[in-house]
Design a protein. Sequence first.
Length: 242
Amino acid sequence: MIEINLLPGSGKKTRSKGAGMNFSELAASFTSKVKDPWLLGAVGSAVLAALLVGGMYWHQSTRTASLDEQLRVARQDSVRFAAVINEKRKAEAQRDSVLRQVSLIKSFDDKRYVWPHLMDEISRALPPYTWLTSIVQSNKSEVAASAPRPPTKGKKGEAPAPDTVTTPPVQLRLVGLTVDIQALTRFMRVLESSPFIENVQLVKSTLILVDGKEVTEFQLDASYQPPDPSAITVVPVSLSVR
């Protein structure tokens, strides 16, 4: 049988319409041909895995870019503040050095009037008919520097404690003569009551002859103690200028 197309161009339109891709029909045709559920599951798992890998890659790329930016900013800050940190460390080292020197000077200044106070107290406590033949320091008088120790961590904003310089206590040995043993007891009691002297102890006492007379020779040990500030009277010094 022979068919004649009486509508020109209708065949071309039909061919162009059929040339388009219909996804729904394609999917329906694929599902109709594929009847195995395991194959469908495998295909779905592969698609899901591809989506997960792509999402993780995108997340890691974004995080890496953020960390690189933070690292760049941190390096710039480190370079910018390096000079400030070095100046701060130099200032702290100078401060600690000055504090050590001040502590050393203070230790010498604290010892400057030790012996004048001791001589004044001994002279005031000396009873009648009693005299001294020797006053010596029985321990070493050098300033002993404490062993270096690491600076302690103070509270936030506070400077570390510097190394301290300590001074050994002054210990005395007094040798004298008396004609009255009770005067020696009174002498020891007055010395012990002094705010500058402590630990007064009688080491020995013996009878000797001096110019044909029997007297008691005694030896006392004592220590200097820092007095209470109220026991020290400060007097201003004024000089007349001509």
